[in-house]
Design a protein around this ligand. Sequence first.
Ligand code: 5GP
Length: 194
Amino acid sequence: MKRLEQKIVQEGIVLNENVLKVDSFLNHQVDPQLMLDIGRTFSQLFEGEGVTRVLTLESSGIAPAVMAALQMNVPLLFARKRKSLTLKDDLYTENIYSFTKQEESEVTVSRKFLSSVDRVLIIDDFLANGDAALGLARIAEQAGAKVVGIGIVIEKAFQPGREKLIEYGYRVHSLARIASLSEGKVIFATDSGD
Ligand code: 5GP
């Protein structure tokens, strides 16, 4: 997505060769027009998949995921990182290792909102090693739901996430693919990875 790539070039901050900071439009302040465009693009990419729910992880996945859900006219469901006060019996839970915090956390989704009739589109802001997306997929599968695809806003193609997701048989689309963050510069991949 050209507009997203331009925004990354203009406003992204390369923290080191593995981490990109995009807190001016995605991870802290949010650019709603860009998110709407992102939502439209995901909706087009996964058209015909019969998506019934969009699933993401709080908090950074919510902005792009809600726009995708809006375009698809389905609910957005976000997995919570904090333990809920309700009984565990009411929850699907998974441990997910956080790339940025470098620690595992328990994420939960209420059984009320996900079931075996669902066709789930997983959306996340970044793809690095694939742990967040795979954890969300395991939650959907605990519910007996079908994961119809994984949509990523920014994929770091030099990290192994995509290969892992493909190995597990998931359909993956990302809107910007970064080939390298070396020497403080963002270099985009020339192919879509599909
Ligand atoms: P993974 O689980 O694929 O290893 O990493 C994806 C998750 O880690 C995303 O949910 C995202 O929040 C975070 N993440 C991974 N890499 C980056 C990055 O370069 N920048 C930011 N801001 N977040 C990242």
